[in-house]
Design a binder for this molecule. Structure first.
Ligand code: F6R
Length: 608
């Protein structure tokens, strides 16, 4: 959610800190601040641009830490922005996560005379470290002693004016990685700000604390002592995290969808045998094939992708699947035979805390855990027993678009592999492989028609409410369409299985309440058409989405029509989702909203 950057080395830290915050702004963005050794601290409520214009020209030093905040405790004001400093003004700290026992820690500090300048849990930790940072104590020892008293989650970077060439970083539940550059060491809460400077990185694990100086770094585990870390090479390019001339990251990321499908499929389609090669699952395949039940989990769009995955796996492989929101699953007991149950955790960022905790609970219970993750090296990718990477490249816009499509593509591959191992015929498998290979071109054709979707979006830009309706494979697509409209266009949108309408929701229909109905020519086409009739009979406007060839038929019933190329119904969500993402984008654009950074939201949700 919040973002952290830090630098210690030979160069002036300030330009990297400001650029880094800008690159991280998509994670959380209600206030920002930085501390640079020798120069001091600047904080501002609002966007990073406001902070940047408040930083004086000569604000320089070779070590610094910075933060962009997504408020949890305390309003997004300048006072509550990070860094926070202790009573003596010696220590400077930035923090992602939540200190759960902040009230308990605050009380004795307040009694001893400490006066708090903010309402944040982070300041409590800063003051606690300050109180332990006696004359002969090293910063890392004071930080370690304070962390031993903390309950909650944190990714922190701490600096001290007494030890100006040093950053102490520590992690529990909130990601942090160290970039190894030629002119110094970088710290960041995700890889994006590091890309222009270095691709050699080292991920901190939970419980680890790192001390960074110009000369190098040392890492220890707070309970187990020194640890030897390995350096990993980031594959993403710096260019991939830029807008490349598009007005918004969201549009750029949707335009990348054909390529993203290609990347998810590359080297994984076995045309001759009609199956999928998934190297990441090879070692666990024997156990995976014993599965009598699969549980899929994720949050938001990743959960909706899981709902498509459920249908895919049941249809291709006949294995019962249950899909549960991670923030619920993690608190439920695992009652089925865990040895025969496989958990699939889906996460674009690989850092969503609820998904991570649901995964950890399943692991503790002895389940085989798999990940469908986009961010290589992220926590979920590292903690699952095995998995399949999406290869979608960095997704910067808060609303997931290409990330969701890549999740569907990977789920189709997993379902195909499981299916072929469990009775799906070679000829059926070959047909699926052929159809998967055609998807990038079909996605290109949809994107080429984006202007016609913009025209429809303009017509509906002022609506207050909308229904999104679909059946079977299109039901999760309806959920995905509705969440996009809610989050970026701020329009109330509800999604239902189309057959559910008459059990209550249809009471809301009138001429001001449009329904977006997913009506491709699939096995439930006629039934969906009847649902459209029911809405029309009550005066509700219809935006219908169908497949090529059915335009004339559905067109008679719809006020507005969008069509996509035909495909087998199990693969259609990969195509039918695209116009819905474009529709939400153009509605939000028409309403003049901050599309890439919608209010109240953050990209990677690392709080519970
Ligand atoms: C919706 C959206 C969110 C994410 C959810 C999970 O457009 O982006 O609902 O899908 O927060 O995020 P990841 O996939 O990173 O775990």
């Amino acid at each position: 959610m919040c973002g952290i950057v830090g630098y210690v080395g030979k160069k002036n830290a300030t330009p990297f800190l400001l650029e880094g915050l800008k690159a991280l702004e998509y994670r959380g963005y209600d206030s920002a601040g930085l501390y640079v050794a020798g120069a001091g601290m600047v904080k501002r409520a609002g966007k990073v641009a406001e902070l940047a214009s408040a930083v004086p020209k000569n604000f320089s030093g070779t070590m610094g830490i910075a933060h962009t905040r997504w408020a949890t405790h305390g309003a997004p004001t300048e006072q509550n922005a990070h860094p926070h400093t202790d009573a003596s003004g010696t220590i400077w700290l930035v923090h992602n996560g939540i200190i759960e026992n902040h009230a308990e820690l605050r009380e004795p500090l307040a009694k001893s005379g400490v006066r708090f300048a903010s309402e944040t849990d982070t300041e409590v930790l800063t003051q606690l470290i300050g109180s332990l940072y006696k004359k002969d104590v090293l910063l890392e020892d004071a930080v370690a002693a304070a962390l031993a008293r903390v309950h909650g989650t944190y990714g922190i970077a701490v600096a001290s004016s007494r030890e100006p060439g040093k950053i102490v970083a520590a992690r529990l539940g909130s990601p942090l990685l160290i970039g190894i550059g030629t002119e110094g060491y970088y710290l960041a809460s995700d890889a994006t700000p590091l890309l222009p400077h270095t691709r050699e990185v080292m991920y901190l694990e939970d419980g680890e604390l790192a001390v960074l100086t110009r000369e190098g770094y040392v890492v220890k585990h707070l309970a187990r002592g020194p640890v030897k870390k390995s350096i990993e090479h980031l594959e993403w390019s710096a260019e991939a995290a830029q807008k490349k001339g598009y007005e918004h990251f969201m549009l750029k990321e949707m335009m990348e969808i054909p390529e993203v499908i290609e990347n998810a499929l590359r080297g994984r389609l076995a045309h001759a045998t009609g199956t999928a090669h998934l190297g990441g699952l090879r070692d666990v395949l024997p156990r995976l094939l014993l599965a009598r039940r699969i549980v899929i989990t994720g949050c938001g769009s990743a959960y909706y992708a899981g709902l498509v995955g459920e249908l895919l796996i049941e249809e291709f492989a006949g294995i019962p699947v249950e899909v549960e929101i991670a923030s619920e699953l993690r608190y439920r007991p695992h009652t089925a035979d865990v040895k025969e149950t496989v958990l699939i955790a889906i996460s674009q960022s690989g850092e969503t805390l609820d998904t991570l905790e649901a995964l950890r609970a399943a692991k503790r219970n002895g389940m085989l855990t798999l990940g469908i993750v986009n961010a290589v090296g992220s926590t979920i990718a590292r903690e699952t027993d095995a998995g399949v990477y999406n290869h979608a490249g960095p997704e910067i816009s808060v609303a997931s678009t290409k990330g969701f499509i890549s999740q569907l593509t990977v789920l189709a591959l997993i379902a195909l592999l499981l299916g072929r191992e469990r009775g799906l015929s070679k000829s059926e498998g070959k047909k699926i492989v052929e159809e998967l290979a055609k998807l990038p071109e079909k996605a290109r054709r949809i994107l080429a028609k984006r202007e016609s979707i913009a025209v429809i979006a303009k017509k509906y830009a002022k609506i207050r409410d909308a229904f999104y309706l679909g059946r079977k494979f299109e039901c999760p697509v309806a959920y995905e369409g509705a969440i996009k409209l809610k989050e970026i266009a701020y329009i109330h949108a509800e999604a239902y299985g189309a057959g559910e309408m008459k059990h209550g929701p249809i009471a809301l229909i009138d001429s001001s309440f449009p329904s977006v109905v997913l009506a491709p020519k699939d096995s439930l086409y006629e039934k969906t058409k009847s649902n459209i009739q029911e809405i029309r009979a009550r005066g509700g406007p219809i935006i219908a989405l169908t497949t090529e060839g059915s335009e004339a038929d559905i067109g008679k019933l719809a006020d507005d029509l969008i069509s996509v190329p035909a495909a087998p119904e199990a693969l259609l969500p990969i195509l039918t989702t695209i116009p819905l993402q474009l529709f939400a984008y153009y509605v939000a654009k028409e309403r003049g909203l901050p599309i890439d950074q919608p209010r109240n939201l953050a990209k990677s949700v690392t709080v519970e």
